[in-house]
Ligand binder design. Structure first.
Ligand code: 13P
Length: 255
């Protein structure tokens, strides 16, 4: 089954608007017309408008790092799906482990965001993954199952192929400790099996499942060669044009 690879950069709380514009320009200078890989840049909210302007007419897509499920209201510090849409945002990262950990986000709340994103034609990048303690306790697959089933509750068959799932083992994020290809593929295959049970083989085969956690040009080719690894959600290595472009090239070569 052919699935177009995705390389998404999660810039987290890095880059002022000016710095973000410079990075986006450097990236599109090399990969702006690259169409064999879906490329998504996810700057902080404060840089979305400026980066949207740089990406106008380019193949590179724009993503948010979070959103609130409600349409509007008294939610200080939050942004809605519609607000993202008006900035030409097409994707949104939801349920990142940093938000689960630091902001107490639960599967039920993340699920509301997934449904709200889909209702506004935003493509959710739903993050799932276990902590080191959970892996050591042997509960990796149970945790991932809870995150996937909880996050996708109520997502209809006709919507599922617009959802991207990112498997990000928490112990591999920002630590330099990448999961082995076998560890990653095991969980990716497990997620695809779950999707098959929920949505049937045809649809499950179309869903892109990304790996995230210390993915770099040096380890990307090996990970991307695995049958169920359809791209990467990149933190640290997305903050420099050179390494991000090399990751796009690795995905292009692996297609
Ligand atoms: P690093 O690539 O810095 O490990 O971060 C991964 C991540 O959290 C992407 O969302």
């Amino acid at each position: 089954m052919f699935r177009k690879k995705v390389i998404a950069g999660n810039w987290k709380m890095n880059k002022t608007a000016t710095e973000a514009v410079a990075l986006a320009k450097d990236i599109i200078g090399e990969v702006g017309r690259e169409t064999s890989v879906d490329i998504v840049l996810c700057p902080p909210f404060t840089a979305l408008a400026a980066v949207a302007h740089v990406l106008e007419g380019q193949a590179v897509k724009l993503g948010g790092q979070n959103m609130h499920p409600e349409k509007s209201g008294a939610y200080t510090g939050e942004v809605s799906a519609e607000m993202l849409r008006t900035l030409y945002v097409t994707h949104v990262i939801l349920g990142h482990s940093e938000r689960r950990t630091y902001c107490g986000e639960t599967d039920a709340f993340i699920n509301k965001k997934v449904l709200a994103a889909l209702a506004h034609e935003l493509k959710p990048i739903l993050c799932v993954g276990e902590t080191l303690a959970e892996r050591e306790a042997g509960s990796t697959l149970a945790v991932v199952q809870r995150h996937v089933e909880g996050g996708l509750a109520g997502v209809k068959p006709e919507q599922i192929t617009t959802v991207i799932i990112a498997y990000e083992p928490v112990w591999a994020i920002g630590t330099g400790k990448v999961a082995t290809t076998a560890q990653a593929q095991e969980v990716h295959a497990f997620i695809r099996d779950l999707l098959t049970k929920l949505y049937g083989t045809t649809l499950a085969q179309k869903v892109r499942i990304l790996y995230g956690g210390s993915m770099k040009p040096a380890n990307a080719a090996e990970l991307l060669a695995e049958k169920d690894i359809d791209g990467g959600l990149i933190g640290g290595a997305s903050l420099e044009a050179r390494s991000f472009i090399d990751l796009v090239k690795a995905a292009d070569a692996a297609k």
